[in-house]
Design a protein around this ligand. Structure first.
Ligand code: BDR
Ligand code: CA
Length: 298
């Protein structure tokens, strides 16, 4: 049975590749909608980029809803240093031709999940603002969602501060609401996403594929490789397609929201209760081969 998913994202170069992987996997995934949130760049860009990527993948029919334009409490922060001014610099993709879907991402998430309890998985690969807003409106969402797969946090060091990862640092209060919600959570933090990187060899293999999505991916990843090339968000989609490539363990994850240098830090403890399954080990080579195979479908 195909898994129904909503992808909540802030494209973002790795978000864009995650969307490409999902679109290349119609046997396994039914993409009900994509919801955009402010994060790597401002909401106007992330909402446009989601449509640019979907259209490049010939999936302009997937509705894109704009969500929250800022974090719950903290001032907005971006990562345009890594993803470029537009969020997907280097992609060469034209502006979207289709409009945004009518309505707010938070309403779409709430209503879609409420109308099909136990059936819809949310892949959340940006700051968790949209999901937190849903959970505040409707706490039942936590039990109604089949699973929420989060790229965010870390069981080790951060990437924005020594302690915090970007998505959790951008909206730590939202991350805390999600991790305290009781939802079925899978967490892909930096400790696992740093194991799967685009290097020169992988980039060469993607560049050898000549389809429009593959050319866009190669163009974006060329700049992205220079900041380490970790394919963060792609692993969250990979979780649904190739669970055999990832080793997860039950853990208790708490999010630091104190106004200190540790804000946004995720504390991951094994053996003391559990609110999430946390990714620890990736079969990087195997997963990269799989990603390449899927990108070659275009
Ligand atoms: C996360 O932050 C963003 O820059 C990436 O898109 C990813 O979701 C990695 O820390
Ligand atoms: Ca992202």
């Amino acid at each position: 049975m195909r898994r129904k998913i909503i992808i909540d994202c802030d494209p973002g170069i790795d978000d864009a590749v995650a969307l490409m992987l999902a679109c290349a996997s119609p046997e396994e995934l039914e993409i009900l909608a994509v919801t955009a949130v402010a994060g790597n760049v401002a909401l106007g860009h992330t909402a446009a980029n989601a449509r640019r990527v979907l259209e490049a993948c010939d999936r302009g029919d997937v509705p894109v809803y704009a969500g929250c334009p800022r974090p719950l409490l903290r001032p907005p922060v971006t990562a345009d240093r890594i993803h470029g001014e537009t969020g997907i610099d280097g992609s060469g993709l034209p502006p979207p031709t289709r409009p945004l879907a009518d309505g707010h991402a938070v309403d779409l998430l709430r209503d879609t999940v409420r109308n099909a309890p136990g059936e819809v998985t949310v892949v959340a690969v940006g700051p968790l603002t949209n999901l937190a807003a849903v959970l505040v409106q409707r706490p039942e969402f936590a039990a109604e969602a089949r699973e929420i797969v989060v790229m965010g946090g870390s069981a080790g060091p951060g990437n924005v501060t020594p302690h915090a990862e970007f998505n959790f640092h951008a909206d730590p209060h939202a991350a805390r609401i999600v991790f305290e919600s009781g939802a079925s959570l899978a967490m892909y933090g930096l400790n696992i996403t740093h194991q799967v990187r685009v290097d020169d060899q992988v980039l060469g293999r993607i560049a050898a594929l000549r389809s429009p999505p593959a050319r866009a991916a190669a163009g974006m990843l060329e700049r992205y490789r220079d900041s380490g090339g970790a394919l963060h968000d792609v692993l969250a989609v990979g979780h649904l397609l190739r669970p055999d490539c990832f080793g997860l363990e039950a853990a208790l994850v708490t999010i630091d929201t104190s106004e200190t240098g540790r804000i946004g830090r995720s504390i991951v403890e094994r053996g003391s209760g559990t609110n999430a399954r946390v990714g620890f080990d990736a079969a990087a080579g195997e997963f990269l081969d799989f990603l390449l195979e899927r990108l070659a479908r275009y």
